[in-house]
Ligand binder design. Sequence first.
Ligand code: HEM
Length: 359
Amino acid sequence: MKKQSKILNWLEERFDLSGINKFIDKKVVPVHKYHFWYGIGGIAMFLFVVQAVTGILLLLYYRPSADNAFESVEFIMTSVRFGWLIRSIHSWGANLMIFVLFVHMFSTFFMKAYRKPRELTWISGVILLVLSLAFGFSGYLLPWNKLAYFATKVGTEMASLVPFVGKEILIFLRGGEDVTGATLTRFFGFHVALLPAITMIFLGIHLLFIQAQGMSVPPSIEEEYKKNPKSIKFFPDFLLRDAVGWLVVLGLLGILAALFPWELGEKADPFASAPQGIKPEWFFVFLFETLKYVPPKILIFEGEVLAILAIALGVVFWMLVPFFDKRAQLNKPSPLFTAIGVTLVLYIIIMTAVSYLFS
Ligand code: HEM
């Protein structure tokens, strides 16, 4: 028998672990000048775990009703031992995770990792990003404070712009005509049950595909790489490198959460007037700003309705990029798609900056 831990021996006497052992032995990660970017997906996964753990801890004290939500978060922050830290880590972690996901998405985009055979990995990734944005949107309302209340009012109103079924979507999201306690209860259900369940399914699919297909090598260096292929073993070498990244991110999260504790603000008051310059969370700001520049009427159509349709089409296009980028599928350079990616990154940065600096 091989020299290994007693636990492994015990398991091996009972189950056939040869498949797993072979997989562990065989799995390697390519090493080249873009190797660094392979770690970003792992950081997103690490942050997802942090969100799950801190979220479960918050659940022990949080109460999802208009009468109690704000007070329960106040209680967590003032009376529960380390409650303020857990809440702060959960809030900072959510924002950091979405930021990391954007970096992961654009890095895999520019490395053309969506090429055959990884089209479905890309599609499951886009779905995971949409789910993460929905986590952010639903979680924002849960403390039931003034800013979140009005931002949710504005955000859900956008849904009513969808032609034909806008009103139905609005009522489904709000649990009625207005943002009320019913909306809070509904968002709570989305945030702690529905979204985690759907995310687990798509995360499972995403990770399964990656394990089955291994990591891609960007086409720009593929020829060069084939001449001199270098790789490291996934277990334990790559995993240990990944773990260093996770530790750095955990340190950053700790510093942000402790030095800049997440604020609670004032309790929501549906009868108060909306605060000036209300904005959604930063990751929606570029879309919010875009809508401001749309004229009220474009030909015979309402400008905002057309804009919402254009955004929806944009998301579908982005999801189907692997099928549109025919040159990348043939392993040829596709400068048009690189240019589309660069334009999108610049657009997001510029619109977000304009919104925070000038409006
Ligand atoms: C919760 C969200 C997500 C998690 C936890 C996650 C996790 C991962 C991990 C661990 C990897 C392998 C290492 C790496 O390439 O970084 C990976 C690869 C990949 N991910 Fe994601 N991901 C998520 C979202 C996304 C998004 C939003 C996209 C793009 C729309 C995406 C597209 C891809 C692609 C195409 C690969 C394959 C890369 C290659 O083979 O070179 N993922 N993901």
